[in-house]
Design a protein around this ligand. Structure first.
Ligand code: PGA
Length: 268
C-alpha cells in the first residue's frame, strides 16, 4: 500500500483529483469506480472546478458507483444517483448513459441485479481506478464487518453504527433505508487501482486497523493489504494513530521522482 499523509483534507482532495484526472487524460475509455459519503464531496468539487477551468472532458468516461440504497427511486434526494448528479454529473460533460449504480427495487431479484452489475463492469473493461471512503467500522462500500472477503455485488443489511453515522444526512421526515446494494469486496479488489480517502480523527482507528493489523473481515478495508495497487490518501488526523510517518514520507519522496518520470499509473 502506498500511504500518503497530507496536512489537511483539502490537500487530500486536490491530490485525489490529480489521480482521477491523470486517468481521464491517459486512457481512451477510462472506467472509474465512484463513492458517495462526505469524504469524496471535496474531490468531486475539485474535479468540477478543474473541468470549468481546463475543460478536461469526461465524455469518454464510464462510471460505476459502489452502492445504492435498496428500493429507492433515483429522483429521491437521498438516492446515491441524486448525490452523484448533484456533486458531479450535472457539472461535467459525462454521458449519463455511461454512469451506473447498483440499483434494485422491490420487484427485482437482488441476486440477479448483482450479477448483472458485475457483468456490466466486465463489459466496460473493468474498473481502472476505484475511489473508496472508509467507515468508522472499517467498511468499504457497504461491505460491513463480517462481509465475505470474496463477496460480489449483492444486498446488505447496514449495521447500527453505519445507520447512526449516516443519520446526520437525513431530515426528520425522511426514512433512512437500512438495506443497500453494494459492490462486494472481490468486486473492489478487481479494480486495477484503488484509492482510499480518509480525513478526520473519527477515522484514525479504522485506518490504523486497516494498515497495521491482520487482514480480517472484521475490518473489510484491511483486504487492501492484498491489492497490488492501493493508494491511501489521508490527512494528519486520520493518520494520527499510525506509526512510521517518517518512513511513509521517505517512500513518497522516492515515488514522486518515479511518478514525474513515468506517470502515476503503470498498469493500465
Ligand atoms: P464518509 O463515509 O465519507 O461519509 O465518512 C465513508 C464511508 O462510509 O465509506
Amino acid at each position: 500500500m502506498q500511504i500518503i499523509i497530507y496536512d489537511n483534507a483539502e490537500q487530500v482532495a486536490q491530490n485525489a483529483a490529480q489521480w482521477v484526472l491523470a486517468l481521464v487524460k491517459e486512457k481512451s475509455r477510462p472506467v472509474l469506480g465512484l463513492a458517495t459519503g462526505s469524504t469524496p464531496i471535496s474531490l468531486y468539487k475539485e474535479l468540477v472546478q478543474q473541468y470549468a477551468a481546463n475543460r478536461t472532458s469526461f465524455a469518454h468516461v464510464t462510471t460505476f458507483n459502489l452502492d445504492e440504497y435498496y428500493d429507492i427511486s433515483e429522483d429521491n434526494p437521498q438516492s446515491y444517483r441524486s448525490f452523484m448528479q448533484q456533486h458531479l454529473f450535472n457539472h461535467i460533460d459525462i454521458d449519463r448513459a455511461n454512469t451506473f449504480l447498483p440499483t434494485c427495487n422491490k420487484d427485482q431479484d437482488p441476486r440477479q441485479q448483482g450479477r448483472e452489475y458485475e457483468r456490466s463492469i466486465k463489459q466496460a473493461g473493468s474498473i481502472d481506478l476505484q475511489i473508496l471512503g472508509i467507515g468508522a467500522n472499517g467498511h468499504i462500500g457497504f461491505n460491513e464487518p463480517t462481509s465475505s472477503l470474496r463477496s460480489r455485488t449483492r444486498i446488505k443489511t447496514l449495521t447500527q453504527q453505519t445507520l447512526l453515522d449516516n443519520s446526520r444526512l437525513f431530515k426528520a421526515n425522511e426514512q433512512q433505508p437500512s438495506l443497500a446494494m453494494t459492490m462486494g469486496i472481490a468486486s473492489i479488489m478487481d479494480a486495477r487501482y484503488v484509492m482510499l480517502m480518509a480525513t478526520g480523527k473519527h477515522k484514525a482507528q479504522a485506518i490504523k486497523q486497516m494498515i497495521t493489523e491482520g487482514v480480517s473481515s472484521n475490518c473489510p478495508a484491511s483486504i487492501l493489504q492484498m491489492h497490488e495497487n492501493a493508494v491511501i490518501l489521508i490527512d494528519k488526523e486520520a493518520a494520527s494513530k499510525l506509526p512510521d510517518h517518517a518512513y511513509y514520507e521517505w517512500v513518497n519522496e522516492q515515488n514522486q521522482r518515479l511518478n514525474e518520470r513515468f506517470g502515476l499509473f503503470h498498469k493500465l
